[in-house]
Ligand binder design. Structure first.
Ligand code: UDP
Length: 410
């Protein structure tokens, strides 16, 4: 076996880093793994990103660059399986991972796992190959999530137990914000090694177009006041709060308010149901003339949407980190967000945007009126937002911090 110290395996069982983002269940985790992988490769690491194959038509190996690949392992049927039903497939994923190592004559000294399902894979690999160092990023913490949802799925206890064991035994667990570290300490365990390294964003791609150009390109009126949401249609994203806030805010009376709610959905799935529910509320509040649902926004158009907006709104009930606010801020667009999770860390209240208690539609309405009613202040918030992202949240800086951590563990 060849033991190459500069190799790292990023494991993301349910979040395929090579998939089109904004489609199906793909979201922040897919983006994180892909960008961290590519940035580590640019820093000189040999990166393999492992995910579960969900479609027989998908390539087994995707080469993003000579130093960075996505490898899709077959664990269970090559079809979409909701993440809460994937636990029983994990032993097969471990077997396939090990078979791949043998076939390619590789041993990964560092395994960086993502989400609790992959943490189980990492712990199992470590049990069988004790020299492996495991780094883990949660992306979402069961202990927090289950406080915010009504129905706990049958897998909840297994998830909570796995997360606790992972925090206590991994060589290092990454908290993407001080709030996440605090949640792990107060809700899960006092044991284990935690380090804060934030998520990042592409500061070249986001921020490459001005508001005027973006509006021309997308055919938006230069005088409109645009509030923009993009992300998955999921109840925990709190889109209902934004819609109710738009109905209440004074800017609506000016006739200039436009509400754009972007993101993909599939008619017969949970995200399709949530989209229909939101569309129903839009209709009930008679917002049909100001609200639009462009669907999945492509990678090529996304920077223009963020730049065209006057404000980006993230009304989540719970958000472990949230990449969307970073993307908006990189485009000089201030953010109004719920005062929850990582949003309290990325958005600086009164400096790069505003924080409002979750589910507080009246609070969001007031915040919208403040930002949309004072364009000079809006521009100042936007400038400060851009500087914050450039200084703290570029993928290169995030990958640099991760690389330093890996080196220390080795
Ligand atoms: N996204 C996108 N197009 C869409 C919807 C979402 O590219 O139509 C991207 C968005 O830009 C962001 C990611 O999906 O990079 C969502 O990540 P976030 O952390 O905000 O939310 P999550 O999906 O992890 O809850």
């Amino acid at each position: 076996m060849v033991l190459d110290r500069k190799r790292v395996a990023l494991i993301s069982v349910h979040g395929d880093p090579a998939i089109e983002i904004g489609k199906e269940e793909a979201g922040g985790q897919n983006v994180y793994v892909r960008h961290v992988g590519e940035a580590l490769a640019r820093l000189g690491w040999q990166v393999d990103m492992f995910s579960r194959k969900t479609d027989p038509e998908d390539a087994t190996i995707v080469e993003h660059s000579p130093q960075c690949r996505t490898i899709r392992l077959t664990a269970g049927p090559e079809a979409f399986i909701p993440r809460d039903e994937l636990f029983d497939r994990l032993p097969e994923f471990v077997e396939q991972f090990q078979a791949f190592q043998v076939k390619e004559r590789i041993e990964y000294p560092i395994v960086h796992t993502n989400y609790w399902l992959s943490s189980w894979v990492g712990m199992e690999l470590k049990r069988q190959q004790p020299q492996i160092r495991q780094v883990h990023t949660h992306h979402s913490l069961g202990a927090v999530k289950y406080k915010a949802v009504r129905d706990r799925p049958p897998i909840a206890d297994t998830r909570l137990e796995t997360e606790k064991r992972c925090i206590e035994t991994a060589d290092c667990v990454i908290a993407t914000s001080p709030q996440e570290e605090e949640d792990m300490r107060s809700l899960v365990t006092k044991k284990g090694n935690i380090k804060i390294i934030p998520c990042g964003t592409d500061v070249d791609r986001f921020g490459s177009i001005s508001q005027t150009e973006a509006r021309q390109r997308l055919g938006f009126d230069p005088d409109d006041k645009i509030a923009f949401y993009v992300g998955r249609f999921d109840r925990r994203k709190g889109i209902e709060t934004l819609v109710r806030a738009a109905a209440e805010c004074k800017t609506r009376a000016t006739g200039q308010l436009k509400l754009i709610i972007g993101g993909g959905s599939r008619p017969d799935k949970a995200d399709g149901r949530e989209r229909r529910r939101i569309e129903g509320i839009v209709e009930e509040l008679e917002l049909g003339d100001i609200a639009s649902f462009p669907g999945r926004i492509s990678d090529a158009d996304l920077p223009a949407y963020f730049a065209a907006a006057d404000v980006c709104v993230l009304p989540s009930h719970y958000e472990p980190f949230g990449l969307v606010p970073l993307e908006a801020m990189a485009c000089w667009t201030p953010v109004i967000a719920s005062k929850v999770g990582g949003l309290q860390y990325s958005v600086v209240h009164e400096a790069t945007g505003l924080l409002v208690p979750p589910k507080d539609a009246a609070g969001f309405a007031k915040a919208l009126d403040r930002v949309l009613g004072d364009s000079q202040w809006r521009d100042r918030l936007g400038k400060a937002a851009r500087s914050r992202v450039e200084n703290e949240f570029s993928w290169t800086s995030v990958a640099g911090q991760l690389a330093e951590l890996y080196e220390t563990l080795l």
